[in-house]
Design a binder for this molecule. Structure first.
Ligand SMILES: [Cu+2]
Length: 195
């Protein structure tokens, strides 16, 4: 019984990740990613240009943080977390509608908490990654409401965080898994595109 369960777990592992070799492939063997362009981007209707512009650094620092985790660099993730915090505090809410303002404030207060934990735990990448899941869900909500400043991709890894599964937002469609880094860099798939 014990052995068949192990076999089942191994099968799920390989189905989930498509390619079992992914675990043994190092960063520099990956094909380059195709980063989406910021040119010709139009924010969703009803979002003021000032709001969109002041949210851009928030998105950029989130993406830096995500790339740092995919590269297994807790220190860089921590620094991106710091920058994300200050970018959140510089968002121009003056031209937001009342509805936008309350949605932004809700998401931003949650994001601040997770960014702070990530900033404070540069030597505990697992801890950073568990906060990153919630930060990613917040970032998704933000991009849905206010636009992401460019085309974005929402990816999912069913194995992240001990099999609970988790999403992330990316500026490219290729999978570079921020929950596993080099250990399983290509585990996951794109679930949604945000234009
Ligand atoms: Cu924490």
């Amino acid at each position: 019984m014990k052995y068949s369960l192990l076999g089942l777990a191994a099968t799920i592992f390989f189905i989930s990740c498509g390619n079992g070799d992914a675990a043994n492939t190092s960063n520099n063997e990956q094909a380059p990613v195709t980063v989406s362009s910021e040119e010709n981007y139009t924010p969703p209707a009803g979002v003021d240009a000032k709001v969109s512009a002041s949210l851009k650094p928030v998105m950029d620092h989130y993406l830096d943080l995500k790339n740092a985790l995919a590269a297994d660099k807790g220190k860089d993730a921590s620094q991106a977390g710091e920058k994300l915090l200050s970018a959140l505090n510089s968002v121009d809410t003056a031209t937001m509608t009342a509805e936008q303002k309350s949605s932004f404030n809700n998401v931003a207060s949650d994001m601040r908490e997770h960014a702070q934990h990530i900033a404070d735990n540069s030597d505990k990448i697992d801890h950073q990654r568990s906060h990153f899941k919630m930060l990613s869900d917040d970032t998704y909500d933000l991009a849905k409401t206010f636009g992401g400043g460019r085309k974005l991709f929402v990816a999912h890894c069913p194995m992240a965080l001990d099999g609970k599964g988790a999403n992330w937002v990316s500026e490219f469609p290729e999978i570079r898994n921020p929950y596993f880094g080099d250990q399983m860099l290509e585990c996951g798939e794109v679930k949604e595109e945000l234009k």
